[in-house]
Every structure is written in structure tokens, then in C-alpha cells.
Design a protein around this ligand. Structure first.
Ligand code: IWH
Length: 677
């Protein structure tokens, strides 16, 4: 059957629309239509193509993923070699580079007028993309720079790689180079899923990108969240390009190729260094991993004048950031006890410079992680420190394991106090059961108590607290208020002046707020936000201490688990004693009237249970609306429940309400009730 003219026109129109939306979405990061509309256009195109298979073309947006795996990778010769870059690590090396460039170009000393195109150096896999007549005909890896592997079937699956260039003025043959990378979010999501399904995970986004491109089956590559930035031109036949790198990049973008939005033109070496600083500050918030900055002399005439040394251009350099991953060896595995008793394995390391600091400890998170990564004393491991994140052990280099390296086991007794270490079956963490008997938990609780967002006692640092706890000089937070200047001045690394400042700071902290005080108590699950909610809801400490779990869950954002933690904290006589002692020592705050008294509002005295998915509000929003009118919201249905509000996919709670004869109302009914109350 031959397709009518109108169908062919529609087909071409759909393809053009889809290419345009791809461009808006991927290249400009500014979609014009909602995803659902894009999806509709794709489906329409698929429908027509399946009716007229003879009209399917290679560059149709539906043809990204081929259905037959290849049997081996072909070899591709790069007619224009793919370059490598010299590296600079310190500002002086960059100044050196700038001086060499300026000298060769016979520019004045300083040469501020020299422009560089600066861009992030992505941590991915370099690729070459060849377009003939605007159609993507070949994708290749960099390989050794002269020949690489044909990965056309895989680059086609990357949505950000156009199968067809847009516009009219592109050169008949255009080979571009760029970096294929896996954004951080995609990398994490991919690894999480792989782990859950017992599949191999990737060590870092760079390996993920490179590994994904080396699949024989494009269906596998298509499942990987890959992205691309194009950063230079290789071969070009016919057509002419602008005379600066930065203008060329703009031109590539206008043809539908995705370029990095962080790239910029800077002036002189100072401009380069300022760009480096600014990008370094942004490094952790960028959605992809970078390992430095690339500077290229922007002017192509000047590039030609500078030329090459062997395979590297004299006109470009990579200025590296401090590595975020390094190798070192594990000298020991210890277990640290935190404020809540959590027993955390920590690797003691041969000190290593990574992420800009020297690291000698790295967390192993929890015992499962320790066993999963199978880290042993003596192992060579990869350590990662990104930004301000706690350094962690990424993995073991298996081939470098010494003979007889022993695995560490979770201790049965707390290494600090000897109490039993207990792990609830559904929890990832094991905990010391010693509570405040355990000096580690005590010290951590005290550190939390004095911290800036809690009681804000300046000058009482970790080391000093550890000393005071070890000397049995402070057992509870109340003991802090009995410390005197002379004994503090006698502690290690303390002088008269710092002791005096500390005493002043302790004195000042006596006057605080209920929110800070509650937070400082270190009740599990009670962070700053919950402390603040409790303080404004109840206004007074007494009211919180006496609140039942039912009353506590009425506080916005307090659920049954948090409520039970709060209740158990105040049920502990020891905790009540400490609070009393603190108040006796003069710790005070302003008490206020409760923000909401349960007897106000048209729903007071009524108890609600919410179940299922509501369509126009979340359950939390419904809860707040009910509470605002004085109603109570609880988690389980009983004879005392006034109403069960049910949404979509309501389950056993609805059934139970019907069993008990409790009134059930849907979302419309709830809205009516809220309106009339
Ligand atoms: C269902 N997306 O890849 C669906 N809005 O112009 C379809 C498309 C996309 C998502 C989900 C996330 C993403 C959107 C557009 C264009 C290309 C594209 C768009």
C-alpha cells in the first residue's frame, strides 16, 4: 500500500516538530510544550510509521534504539586526530602556560588582551560524532586519538545527540567532538536500582559513561541515563566556521548540538583563575561530575600560530581540581559510637590528600555496607571526598589485597562501655544499648547540647568535652553549669582567658528559647523543625512533657514514630531529672500560650483518620486543615473515631471503619465538612 501524500506530509511535520522539541528540551534546556504533548507527538509518529513501515527513515526520532546487537566493534580512523591536553594543577603552572602562549604570540608582558574560552572538564568519555548532509552517520570513541571504536549504534540511543541537525547552513560534512557523561542523579538512581536487582554497580559516573558506550546491545545503552556536551570540531568539508572557538560553539548549538551552558570567554590568566575559583565553588552543585577547567585560546588564528607539540595543542590546557578520589591503605577498622548509640564502622587510613584535604578516617556507614564492600585491614581502597561530605570508602582494589587480610565483625559489646550491641531486624544500624551509661553516647549528647543551633555554648569543643567526660567531670548537661573557671583553666590546651570566655558563654546560654532547649535535649527524631513545631504548638515545656502520643501527633509533621520517641524520652525518670536540674541551675526561656487550643474550631472534639490518596490535596494538607479547625487526626481507626476520610486505593482502614460502624466520607464530603465548620 502506498501512503497518500497527506500522510507523508504529516509524517515529515511530526518529525520536524519532535526535532524542534528535542532541541528546546535538550539543547536549550527550555522546553516549549509539556512532556505529555511531546509524548503524544511521538506516539502519533510511531502509529503512522507502523502503518507504513516503508516510510521509516534512519533519522526518524523513533529510530534511536536498533533491535539487533552488533557482534563486535568496528575500528574508526580519526582523520583529524583527537587531541589530549596538558594538565596544570597549581595556579603557577597556569601562569606558566599563559606566559608561554603570550611569548609565542609575541604579546606584551601580562597580555590581558588574550582571550580564552573556558569550560568545565567533564568526567565522562570523549566521543566523535560524524554528520553527513546533516544526518548522524557515525559515532566513535576517542581510543588512542588516532583510531577508536565504532559506537554509532550506542550514541544513537542518547536523546541529547541529534540524529539529524536542524537549520540549513551546516557544512555537508561535520565531525564534532564532545563528552558523553552520566549526570550524578542518573548515576545514583542507576546504581540504586542495579544494587536492588543484584546487578553490577558502577564505581563512578566516568566508568558508567565509558562502560555504557561499550555495549554490543544498544538496548542496554538506551537504559543508561547518558547525556552529551559537544566542545570542538574535527573534520569539516564544505561550509565555513567562525574564527573564534566561542563563536563556533554557538554555531554548533544553533545546529541542534548540545553544548555546556557553563562555558565562557575570559580575559588573561586572571580571568582564567577567577573562572576556576567560581566553577570550583559550584562544583558540588553542578548536576554532573567535573575534574577541572579547560582553557583554549579563543582566536583560531592564534591557535594556528601556536600549533602542537606531539599530540597536544600549545593553545589549550586542562586546569585540574583536587582529585576527589585517591587510593590509600586501611590501617584499621574501628567502631564509633554516636549520640543515639549507633555503632558505625570507620576505616583508619594511611593519611592521603584527597578533595583538597588530608584524610585519615573514612566512614563505612554501617555494618551491611562494610560487609558488602568487604573492606579488610591491609586493603588498598579508593577514598572519596566530595565537597564537605564525610570521606567514604568507595571500594577495595581486590588485586592488591595482602594475604590473610581479616574481615571485621560487628562487635557484640560496645567498644566504649561494654553494653550489648543490638541490631533490630528491620534496621541498618546496630546500636549500643548503654544509653547515657555509655560515655561515648554521653559525650556525643553533650556535643549536641552545646552546638550552635542548640544551646550555643561557644568554646566547649569536642576535645574538651571528651576530656571532661573521661575525667567524669560532666555526666549530664546539667553538670556543664557547675563548671568553674579555675578547673577549666587547668584542662589541656586551656588558658585563663579561654576558661573565662567559656564561663561567660555558659552563663549567657542560660537564657534560651523553648525551641533551642527542646532541640538540645537530643530526643531521637526531634530535629530543629520538629522542636520548633512542638514549641509553638504547646508553648510550654510542661504541656509537651505531659502530652500523650495522640496529642503529639496533632502537631504538624509529627507522626506516630516521632510521637512515641518524644513520649519515651519524657517517660525516662533520668531525663526528667536532668531537665529539672537544668532549670534549677537557671536555664530558662519565655513560655507562651499554646498556638492552638484543641477546644477551638468547628471540628473540636472530633477525631479523624485519613486513608488512601486524595486527589486535590495531600493527606498532610488535609490533616492541617482539620487541625486548623480543632479536629484531631490519628493513625488508627477505633470506635472513638468520628470520621474516616477515604481517597483512592483506601485499604484496611476503610474496611475497619465499616466494620465498626464509623462514619466514612470521601474527599468531596471532607470539603463540605471543612466548609461548614
Ligand atoms: C513522557 N522530553 O525527551 C515523557 N517537553 O518538549 C516524554 C518526554 C520527556 C519526559 C517524559 C521526561 C522528556 C521532553 C520534551 C522533549 C524531549 C524529551 C519536551
Amino acid at each position: 500500500m502506498t501512503a497518500p501524500r497527506a500522510t507523508k506530509d504529516e509524517l515529515e511535520s511530526l518529525r520536524q516538530q519532535i526535532r524542534h522539541h528535542n532541541y528546546r528540551y535538550h539543547v536549550l534546556d527550555d522546553p516549549e510544550v509539556p512532556d505529555a504533548e511531546y509524548d503524544r507527538l511521538m506516539r502519533q509518529l510511531q502509529a503512522i510509521e507502523s502503518e507504513y513501515p516503508e516510510l521509516v527513515t534512519e533519522d526518524s526520532p523513533t529510530q534511536r534504539v536498533g533491535d539487533t546487537p552488533i557482534s563486535a566493534f568496528g575500528t574508526v580512523q580519526h582523520q583529524v586526530p583527537m587531541l589530549s591536553l596538558d594538565n596544570a594543577f597549581a595556579p603557577d603552572e597556569l601562569r606558566e602556560f599563559h606566559r608561554r602562549v603570550s611569548d609565542r604570540l609575541e604579546l606584551e608582558e601580562g597580555a590581558d588582551q588574550l582571550c580564552y574560552a573556558a569550560e568545565p572538564k567533564l568526567d565522562g568519555a570523549a566521543v566523535s560524532l560524524l554528520y553527513e548532509g546533516g544526518q548522524l552517520v557515525r559515532g566513535a570513541t576517542r581510543g588512542d586519538g588516532t583510531s577508536g571504536e565504532d559506537i554509532t549504534h550506542n550514541v544513537r540511543t542518547i536523546d541529547a545527540v541529534p540524529l539529524r541537525l536542524i537549520g540549513e547552513d551546516f557544512p555537508p560534512t561535520l565531525e564534532v567532538r564532545g563528552e558523553v557523561f552520566m549526570p550524578k542523579a542518573g548515576f545514583e538512581a542507576y546504581n540504586k536500582k542495579a544494587e536492588k536487582e543484584g546487578e553490577k554497580t558502577f564505581v563512578n559516573p566516568r566508568n558508567a559513561a565509558a562502560g555504557s558506550l561499550r555495549q554490543l546491545d544498544p538496548k542496554l545503552t538506551a537504559e543508561r541515563p547518558l547525556d552529551v556536551y559537544v566542545y570542538s570540531v574535527g573534520r569539516i568539508d564544505g561550509g565555513k566556521l567562525p574564527e573564534t572557538h566561542s563563536e563556533i560553539i554557538k554555531r554548533l548549538q544553533s545546529w541542534g548540538l548540545k553544548t555546556c551552558p557553563e562555558s565562557a570567554v575570559v580575559e588573561g590568566v586572571e580571568g582564567c583563575l577567577a573562572y576556576y575559583e567560581a566553577l570550583g565553588a559550584k562544583r558540588d552543585s553542578l548536576p554532573y561530575e567535573i575534574d577541572g577547567v579547560v582553557y583554549k585560546v579563543d582566536n583560531l588564528l592564534q591557535q594556528r600560530e601556536l600549533g602542537f607539540v606531539s599530540r597536544a595543542p600549545r593553545w589549550a590546557i586542562a586546569h585540574k581540581f583536587p582529585a576527589q578520589e585517591e587510593l590509600t591503605t586501611v590501617e584499621g577498622i574501628e567502631f564509633q559510637v554516636g549520640r543515639t548509640g549507633a555503632v558505625t564502622p570507620v576505616a583508619r587510613l594511611k593519611p592521603v590528600f584527597v578533595g583538597g584535604v588530608t584524610v585519615s578516617n573514612a566512614t563505612l556507614h554501617n555494618i551491611d555496607e562494610l560487609h558488602r564492600k568487604d573492606v579488610r585491614v591491609g586493603d588498598t581502597v579508593t577514598i572519596r571526598r566530595a565537597g564537605d561530605v564525610i570521606p567514604e570508602v568507595v571500594g577495595v582494589i581486590a588485586s592488591r589485597r595482602p594475604k590473610g587480610a581479616r574481615a571485621a565483625q560487628l562487635p557484640k559489646q560496645c567498644p566504649v562501655c561494654g553494653s550489648a550491641v543490638i541490631r533490630e531486624s528491620d534496621e541498618a544500624v546496630a546500636r549500643c544499648s548503654g544509653g547515657l551509661y555509655c560515655s561515648a553516647q554521653r559525650a556525643e549528647a553533650l556535643k549536641h547540647f552545646v552546638s550552635r543551633k542548640a544551646m550555643d555554648i561557644e568554646g566547649l569543643g569536642s576535645k574538651l568535652i571528651e576530656q571532661l567526660v573521661a575525667a567524669d567531670r560532666i555526666k549530664t548537661p546539667a553538670d556543664i553549669f557547675q563548671l568553674n573557671k579555675d578547673e577549666l583553666a587547668g584542662m589541656e590546651r586551656m588558658g585563663d582567658k579561654s576558661a573565662e570566655n567559656l564561663v561567660d558563654s555558659i552563663e549567657e546560654s542560660r537564657s534560651t528559647t523553648l525551641q533551642r532547649f527542646l532541640y538540645a535535649l537530643g530526643i531521637r527524631e526531634v530535629g530543629e523543625a520538629t522542636a520548633s513545631a512542638l514549641a509553638s504548638y504547646f508553648g510550654k515545656l510542661d504541656a509537651i512533657q505531659q502530652a500523650t502520643e495522640e496529642e503529639l501527633v496533632e502537631v504538624p509533621d509529627v507522626g506516630p514514630i516521632v510521637a512515641s520517641r518524644i513520649r519515651s524520652f519524657f517517660d525516662e525518670a533520668h531525663n526528667r531529672d536532668v531537665i529539672k536540674a537544668l532549670q534549677d541551675f537557671g536555664v530558662h526561656w519565655h513560655e507562651s500560650e499554646p498556638q492552638r487550643s484543641p477546644s477551638e474550631g468547628g471540628l473540636s472534639g472530633k477525631t479523624f483518620v485519613l486513608t488512601g490518596t486524595l486527589s486535590n490535596m495531600t493527606r498532610d494538607e488535609a490533616k492541617q486543615k482539620i487541625q486548623a479547625l480543632g479536629g484531631k487526626v490519628t493513625g488508627s481507626v477505633s470506635k472513638k473515631t468520628s470520621f474516616v476520610i477515604y481517597g483512592d486505593k483506601a485499604g484496611s482502614k476503610l474496611a475497619k471503619a465499616q466494620d465498626l460502624g464509623v462514619e466514612t466520607i470521601d474527599e468531596a464530603g471532607l470539603n463540605a465538612l471543612l466548609a461548614e465548620s
